[in-house]
Write a protein that binds this ligand. Sequence first.
Ligand code: DX5
Ligand code: ZN
Length: 231
Amino acid sequence: MSSPRVIIAPSLLASDFSRFGHEAARAHRSGAEWLHLDIMDGHFVPNISFGPQVVKAVRPHFSRVLDVHLMCSKPEILLEPFAKAGADHITVHVELGSQVTPLLWKIRSLGKKVGIAINPPTRISEVKPYLSKVDLVLVMTVNPGFGGQPFIEECVPKIQQVAAWRKQLGLKFRIEVDGGINDATAAECARAGADTFVAGTALFSHRNLGLAVKRMRHVAAIASKESGART
Ligand code: DX5
Ligand code: ZN
């Protein structure tokens, strides 16, 4: 089973907050397959970012996939507003414990793709029970809350483990990484089995976003081939 093609998802968190529509259009022109929206509630993480209104505002400017990452303690009250605003994917954190299963069902019932995210300190075994229920596993490579943080190397074995389970179980979920992703760490994560790359600082800091996206996609695709991650 070959691993899914490489997808690059610029994170709006690293964009110019004074002009979200312009930045989303720039991301669209760059050819990025997804636009990643980090939603922070100031409780699950010590920061507040933006809500459904911003998803609604950027929707007309990015016609491909809006990939919404909820770093929120009570996501059940947010699923419908984000679905209505135009989210295509909604990802919740495995750290929410007993809330997770009903949340995954609710996202599915809204007709959206379902993602589960895991923080660096959380044991990777926590996501195993959910693998057959999700379309996406998001392995955080920084502690959530802020862009521009350094990549946490210790997360790489977690990517390898999820990739091994995907192969053993014959599942097709995507493996997404988020935090400190640049060309070098994208290649490292691709070698470990990741196929979807969220990057904020490393992409939005470039005047030519299209070139930066193309380069990251290229290095990740080469690395994934070299490592035989395509089986
Ligand atoms: C952390 C955020 C960041 C953001 C990307 O909560 O999820 O990981 O998406 O940040 P960079 O790419 O700037 O590290
Ligand atoms: Zn994110």
